[in-house]
Design a protein around this ligand. Structure first.
Ligand code: PHE
Length: 347
């Protein structure tokens, strides 16, 4: 009769479902702690001649239960979190989650693209390694003209014809050569100038240039476009002013400043009132622009009698420095996470 009990228990052990931590523990308590112990205590009631056999059978059952329990235990350890909810304290605070951040130069580039795409500009790209024609000659830089020295150039392979582009105006040339007006495009990209690296200059930086060629494109269009851009980028109350300037590829040419908060009722959003960026003037330079010189249109195969156009170009680093009050350009390339992390969630 006692042997039947053992047999029944063996079956029960086999069939007992263990799915999780709680089952494992229930199994241990039921079989190892009580049932098998009870069978062992029973041994004193077993007739002497059967005791040996009985003992062997109970031992086998005990081993069976222990093996099953150990296996379940191991499985749990390997798979700790699969049953995470068994013993989960839902009142625990959430573990801090470090999200990544978008690089500030990328943020600004995307914002510029977004602003101009909404008013009908598309995005164009071009090579970083250029020839003299696209970077200078087509843009009305005469040979040996001192204007070439405004942009200290990296030449490649000792060949003065092949260089790293000094501005993304080279992409404008490529677009004018390959497209029929109206052309309305912006060209974001990396540019290179042979300059010492300081807090305010780097030999590699980023620009976005814009180009609009069509019939009757006028200075008013340029002004309105840039005014719209300034408000979208720096906030509704932003004013702009044009200062006469010189670029070989535009006639007339101007530099554009935005108003900072110096003369407004509220604290300056750019420097917080310290005047560190505007140097007390209330104005901050953000870009160069002008009406495309007819010589440039002709060099690119566009009829300058029929079409006019405007162009502008800005440094992405400069816009980012103004927008996020960054004092040193080198921070953009040092990849210090303490700097980069500050842009998590900024859009
Ligand atoms: N290419 C000029 C620069 O790199 C910027 C510019 C573009 C100025 C278009 C006027 C018009 O400085």
């Amino acid at each position: 009769m006692n042997f039947e009990k053992i047999e029944a228990l063996n079956q029960e052990i086999d069939l007992f479902p263990i799915e999780n931590k709680a089952d494992t523990e229930n199994f241990r308590i039921k079989f190892l702690k009580y049932e098998i112990k009870a069978l062992m205590e029973e041994i004193k009631n077993i007739p002497a001649e059967q005791r040996k056999e009985y003992g062997i059978a109970v031992n086998a059952t005990k081993n069976k239960a222990e093996t099953k329990w150990k296996e379940a235990q191991e499985k749990l350890e390997q798979n700790e979190d699969s049953n995470i909810f068994d013993n989960f304290d839902f009142t625990l605070p959430i573990a801090a989650h470090a999200s990544g951040a978008i690089h500030p130069l990328h943020l600004v580039k995307q914002k510029v693209i977004e602003i101009f795409e909404r008013i009908g500009f598309s995005v164009a790209d071009g090579p970083e390694i250029e020839d003299d024609f696209h970077n200078f000659t087509a843009l009305n830089f005469p040979p040996d003209h001192p204007a070439r020295e405004m942009q200290d150039t990296f030449f490649l392979e000792k060949n003065p014809d092949i260089l790293l582009r000094t501005h993304t105006s080279s992409v404008q040339v490529r677009m004018m050569q390959s497209q029929k007006p109206p052309i309305r495009m912006i060209m974001p990209g990396r540019v290179f100038r042979n300059e010492a690296i300081t807090a305010r200059a780097n030999c590699i930086f980023h620009q976005v240039e814009g180009l609009y060629i069509g019939e009757n494109v006028s200075l008013v269009d340029l002004k309105q476009t840039l005014y719209h851009f300034a408000k979208e980028m720096f906030g509704e109350g932003t004013k702009i002013r044009f200062r006469s300037s010189y670029f070989p590829f535009t006639e007339i040419s101007a530099e554009v400043d935005i108003s900072c908060g110096k003369f407004s009722e509220t604290t300056c959003k750019i420097c917080g009132g310290s005047e560190s960026v505007c140097k007390g003037s209330g104005w901050i330079e953000i870009l160069g622009c002008g009406m495309v010189d007819p010589n440039v249109l002709e060099a690119c195969g566009i009829d300058s009698e029929k079409y006019t156009g405007f162009a502008f170009g800005m440094g992405i680093e400069r816009i980012a420095m103004i927008k996020y009050q960054i004092k040193d350009l080198r921070l953009f390339t040092e990849n210090d996470v303490r700097f980069l992390r500050q842009f998590a969630g900024v859009l």
